[in-house]
Design a protein around this ligand. Structure first.
Ligand SMILES: [Zn+2]
Length: 232
């Protein structure tokens, strides 16, 4: 009997083990303890400092090293499960800072173009927003914004060209516009670099009289423009 019990326990452990997407160690969580510790070192000490101005920004971590690697794995190596811990950590630091607004907030992920979504199978910002909303309890509106033309990859473009590239890239879902007069949008993206993408999204929402209280992002580049890859 003891033998069978042991075998069963062994099988159960095997079934609940998965492979850490960053180092291939086996783990019972999404990330192994080692990678989680490494990643958490990217957390910014005072995320709320940039929560000011026309479009306030709240980012969980500094874009580089392990965090850059994790976001790349999420987007380009088919590891959508990484959105769960990253979105959750963003939510935890957001809740800790308690940045309340007058109107109730609704979370809107920055969309990617349909074509890219089909290739990748998911929109990383939407997955991050799901995890963020699960922790914060804020409502999520997946389809509030639509990206109606494929923008060129932003990599290597100057700030001016990025703005041009993005102008007209977003469209507001009409149903959302009708329903959202009483609330304020909290935009969510994976990486904040120059802010061109979120400014363009905020602009189109505000043109529809929808208020936008700010942006939350998992990572923010330290030097706003230099060497950043703003590829959706
Ligand atoms: Zn690992």
């Amino acid at each position: 009997m003891g033998h069978w019990l042991q075998t069963f326990k062994g099988l159960a452990t095997l079934c609940f083990q998965s492979i850490c997407p960053l180092c291939q160690r086996s783990t019972s969580q999404i990330l192994c303890d080692h990678c989680e510790r490494q990643l958490r070192q990217s957390q910014l000490p005072q995320s709320e400092q940039a929560w000011q101005g026309a479009l306030p920004v709240f980012a969980w971590g500094s874009y580089g090293g392990n965090l850059k690697r994790a976001i790349a794995a999420l987007k380009y190596e088919q590891q959508p499960q990484l959105a769960r811990p990253l979105g959750d950590w963003l939510a935890q630091s957001w809740l800790a800072c308690n940045l309340a607004t007058h109107k109730p907030m609704v979370v809107v992920p920055i969309p990617i173009h349909d074509q890219r979504r089909k290739q990748r199978g998911f929109n990383q910002a939407e997955l991050l927003a799901e995890a963020f909303c699960q922790r914060t309890g804020l409502p999520l509106s997946r389809q509030a914004l639509l990206r109606h033309r494929a923008t060129e990859a932003q990599f290597g473009l100057s700030a001016d060209l990025r703005e041009q590239n993005l102008s007209g890239a977003f469209r507001v879902n009409q149903d959302f516009a009708k329903r959202s007069a009483q609330s304020t949008v909290l935009l969510l993206d994976d990486i904040y670099t120059t802010g061109a993408t979120v400014r363009s999204a905020a602009q189109v929402l505000r043109r529809h009289q929808i208020s936008v209280c700010g942006v939350v992002a998992v990572a923010k580049t330290q030097t706003a423009q230099a060497s950043a890859t703003e590829i959706s």
